[in-house]
Design a protein around this ligand. Sequence first.
Ligand code: IPM
Ligand code: MN
Length: 356
Amino acid sequence: MTARILVLPGDGIGPEVTRAALAVLECVISSSGHAITVVDGLIGGAALRAGASPLPRETLALARNADAIFLGAVGDPAYDHLPPGRRPESALLQLRQALGLYANLRPARVWPGLEESGPLKPQVLADTDILVVRELTGGLYYGEPRGLASDGRSAVNTLRYTTDEIARVAHRAFTLSRSRRRHVTSVDKANVLEVSRLWRDTVTAVAADYQDVTLTHEYVDAAAMKLALSPSACDVLVTENLFGDILSDEVGALCGSLGLLPSASLGDGPGLFEPVHGSAPSLAGRNCANPIGAIGSLAMLLEHGLGLPGEARRVVSAVEAVLASGLRTADIADGRTEAVSTTTFTDAVTAAYRRS
Ligand code: IPM
Ligand code: MN
């Protein structure tokens, strides 16, 4: 097979973890013989520094023509003073919207050997394996009207969803649950918000097409609590944009570190694959970031973006082998052994991949 991947390293630790993912991709290419080519593009603060807009026109054109897009991270405190629409983060929001990436998949599980890395007791975390399906192109992130009043004394954002927007992401969640434990939890705030009532009714209607899948509804506050109390009870969680943003960080932290979480943003065209952790400015340039989220995102790119599930599994197994050998980056180090750098961990993953 042949494929073209657009790589957008972006800001903060983005370039470092992108290098890690590309090192693993090199191994995949050389051992599989697939003709996968990589092109680079600018995004976020990196684009602003080069004198361009956060999402340069060339980057968007390359994205539309790619088979899949890999993104490191966007976000740079140097541009915190800019209005939302001109900040590095706006590039990601524009890209999601332009490519129609309405379903954001954020899998989180306990990695073997990391049962004690998170804040929960290992017996509480045991068997946790959650897939957050976050609606990604609607809700408060995009609703109009929005803005700060001219007197600076009030501001407005709009929460709006159509039944079509809710139904398409619900279909994705139900379909994905069929290759898992067939349990979907839909998260809303239907006791307060009209949008959430519509969300709940629409998801319930979609569930009729999936008689083999169990559907449960939860209010978002209760869901946040239950995730902390008994994360292993949750299988697929489907929710709107902002709730999904918040709950996926919670789930990441519970499983040991946000640095472990990969993601896939899917629509009807090329998908976007990125670690969930963001640019982490305080870690940037120190070769200490956890590359597992990025390498996991590469695995999701191989599986969902290029249709190579075998290669994806081999990448994940290589990461598991390195964790089993005891190597840990600082965020998941247990204090007994010294933390290793991003590059040392990545070299071990590429070696494990070649051996497998
Ligand atoms: C994420 C991030 C983004 C979001 C930011 C960087 C705009 O936090 O992907 O979770 O809020 O969606
Ligand atoms: Mn987030």
